[in-house]
Design a protein around this ligand. Structure first.
Ligand code: DC
Length: 226
């Protein structure tokens, strides 16, 4: 069987993980696995039902009825929620915040763990998320902890929202980034933290291609190419 390689990228919301991971995966001939999209698909399920996200027991019990799948179309990850392709419906702030809220529940995380691991077993992947280097793929060949200052992350998100025509202020986006960090870093289960053997990259003063190049050079140093 062909050898597969795994690269884990963890970091806070808005650090540029998905853009960078997608570009680096393309260069290396790996697939890009966006685990946040899986949590977002689960969050969408609960939002559609108007579920109380604070009710851990009910959310946990409902996980039995949720089936998340990943497919690739023209190299782009598609997320299926109980057979429905919801890729185009999960990129809102409402869904992101709901994903952050439910992802603290062990039952929600358990529902996605095997999907994440099986993708990494059978493919060379760059997988991004919050706990990939620490818990999902502890033996990854390369681990990156990608971050940027709160102000830089808020400004990037703000610009993305403006481009999409979303009505917001820089202050509200910054508050949201701070709230998400607080929620993702301080939860008891699988909090966002740097794995001991991860390379720390602060991208506050780097552009996208500089970060991609840095990751590619780290990958090539380790002989990780498809
Ligand atoms: O990366 P993102 O913004 O799409 O992720 C949405 C939320 O999902 C994030 O705030 C926390 C949660 N998440 C997680 O807990 N673990 C992951 N591996 C990925 C995302």
């Amino acid at each position: 069987m062909k050898k597969t390689y795994n690269i884990a990228i963890d970091g806070p919301a808005g650090a540029g993980k998905s853009t960078i991971a997608r570009l680096a995966a393309g260069q290396l001939g790996f697939i890009y696995v966006d685990t946040g999209a899986m949590y977002r698909a689960m969050a969408l399920y609960f939002l559609r039902r108007g579920a109380n996200l604070a009710d851990e027991e009910a959310v946990g019990a409902a996980c039995r009825d949720i089936h998340v799948e990943i497919r690739y179309e023209a190299g782009e990850q598609q997320v299926l929620l109980n057979g429905e392709n919801v890729t185009g419906q999960i990129r809102t702030d409402q869904v992101g915040n709901a994903a952050s809220a439910i992802s603290k529940y062990p039952a929600v995380r358990a529902a996605l763990l095997e999907l994440q691991r099986s993708l990494a077993r059978t493919n060379s992947v760059i997988m991004d998320g919050r706990d990939i280097g620490t818990l999902v793929l502890p033996d990854a060949d390369l681990k990156i902890y990608l971050t940027a200052s709160t102000a830089v992350r808020a400004m990037r998100r703000y610009k993305e929202f403006l481009e999409k025509g979303v009505d917001c202020t820089l202050e509200s986006v910054e508050q949201d980034v701070i709230r998400r960090d607080e929620q993702d870093m301080n939860r008891a289960t699988a909090p966002l933290k740097q794995a001991e053997d991860a390379v720390y990259l602060d991208a506050s003063d780097m552009n996208i291609s500089q970060v991609v190049e840095k990751i590619l050079s780290l990958a090539r140093e380790r002989g990780l190419e498809a």
